[in-house]
Ligand binder design. Structure first.
Ligand SMILES: NC(=O)c1ccc[n+]([C@@H]2O[C@H](COP(=O)([O-])OP(=O)(O)OC[C@H]3O[C@@H](n4cnc5c(N)ncnc54)[C@H](OP(=O)(O)O)[C@@H]3O)[C@@H](O)[C@H]2O)c1
Length: 349
């Protein structure tokens, strides 16, 4: 079975309502988060203006909430204003500017920083057209952002670009440990990540670039977990495949905080792995998930079931890589969730 390549890019976020899983974050949740964000981190004092591509996605939505809670200005760069306006209604997100592509230039010029998260989700069936679009969507948006930053007059040019990439950069292995110095893998997702990263690095030398190689993001409202939980409920959970494959995860709060730090701290530059300090084998993830859901972890979830909900993106979970956050630790980044057990408890509570 193959699930691990999906660790590298992203999951789409459909959740079965019948399972009473958390619903999308809107007003009530946004208010709760505002409190969380404000109490969670001290403001650095300097107000930033941040343009975000992919802001309407799983990570982006939470990042926008965090930036707003810390009193920064946010420009949502989207393909669809009407979709973004539903996600960020004015009454809950006053001052958030929403812009479609022709207006991106005006948003980026004058921004302090840009966060680049856009890309077609990988958890789909991978026809050759889809594979092309998984790569091209990322290269296209990243190139556009880089061109707009480069062409901005110096006095209104953003100072920092924080661009997403993924742990799929390293390829997969059951035995190796990967840090930021490790070479890239040979598979399709490794190739996507290499090209995505090299496109972001084409921005001018005076712009600080942080490339965040993101692991599987665990959060309430989407991502891998939202898709896996219904399967656990149906099959009583259990390791998928041998269970020996590695699962390099990170809690949504931590990836958002890491991106936030990368925006505001000049020492954050180059490649930074966005993974928790303690990746787990898949069998352990399943065991912990079983505990938290109150389901014994003994009946393996068949690979075909996972592929049915995740498409070839399931391969990200069925293979895997053990990625450690050496740079984030060197930079002194403080993880709220170092252990998957604590992350799952918080998410499923
Ligand atoms: N979530 C994870 O576990 C994970 C792991 C590793 C890496 N990553 C990477 O981190 C980034 C953000 O992840 P996420 O989970 O927040 O992603 P997401 O929920 O899938 O959102 C990505 C956003 O990208 C834009 N987008 C979608 N299809 C596109 C296309 N064909 N062309 C251009 N833009 C498109 C959409 O924004 P608009 O519709 O507003 O334009 C969408 O909201 C992604 O690039 C992902 O690959 C995520």
């Amino acid at each position: 079975m193959e699930i691990s390549r999906f660790t590298a890019l992203t999951w789409s976020h459909t959740v079965s309502p019948s399972l009473h899983l958390p619903q999308p974050l809107f007003a009530r949740e946004a208010r709760r988060l505002r409190v969380w964000c404000v109490t969670d981190q001290s403001s650095k004092g300097n107000q930033m203006i941040i343009s975000v591509t992919g802001a309407t996605g799983f990570i982006g939505r939470r990042l926008v909430q965090k930036l707003q809670a810390e009193n920064h200005s946010v420009h949502v760069l989207t393909r669809s204003k009407s979709k973004a306006e539903l996600i960020f209604p004015v009454k809950d997100f006053p001052g958030v500017k929403i812009a479609e592509e022709p207006e991106w230039k005006d948003c980026i010029q004058g921004s302090t920083g840009v966060v680049n998260l856009a890309g077609l989700p990988i958890s789909t069936r991978w026809s050759s057209e889809i594979k092309k679009e998984i790569k091209q969507s990322r290269i296209r948006v990243t190139s556009k952002v880089v061109e707009l930053i480069k062409s901005a007059p110096v006095d209104i040019r953003p100072k920092v670009l924080v661009s997403a990439t993924a742990v799929g950069y390293y390829g997969t292995s059951e035995t190796q440990v990967f840090d930021e110095q490790s070479p890239s893998g040979k598979d399709y997702l490794a190739e996507v990540c290499r090209e995505w990263e090299s496109t972001a690095l084409k921005v001018n030398g005076d712009v600080r670039v942080a490339l965040i190689r993101i692991g599987v993001v665990l959060g309430k409202d989407g991502g891998a977990l939202a898709k896996m939980i219904p399967l656990f409920m149906m099959f009583a959970g259990g390791p998928i495949g041998s269970g020996n494959q590695w699962f390099s995860w990170i809690h949504l709060d931590d990836i958002v905080n890491l991106i936030y730090e990368a925006l505001s701290s000049p020492s954050y530059k180059g490649v930074i792995n966005g993974t928790a300090p303690n990746p787990v084998r898949f069998s352990e993830l399943c065991e912990q998930l079983g505990h938290v859901l109150g389901r014994p972890s003994w009946l393996p979830v068949p690979g075909f079931a996972l592929k049915a909900v995740l498409g070839e993106g399931a391969s990200v979970v069925l293979e895997g890589q053990r990625v450690v956050p050496t740079q984030a630790k060197k930079l002194g980044f403080s993880f709220k969730y170092s252990y998957v057990k604590d992350a799952l408890k918080e998410i499923i509570s």
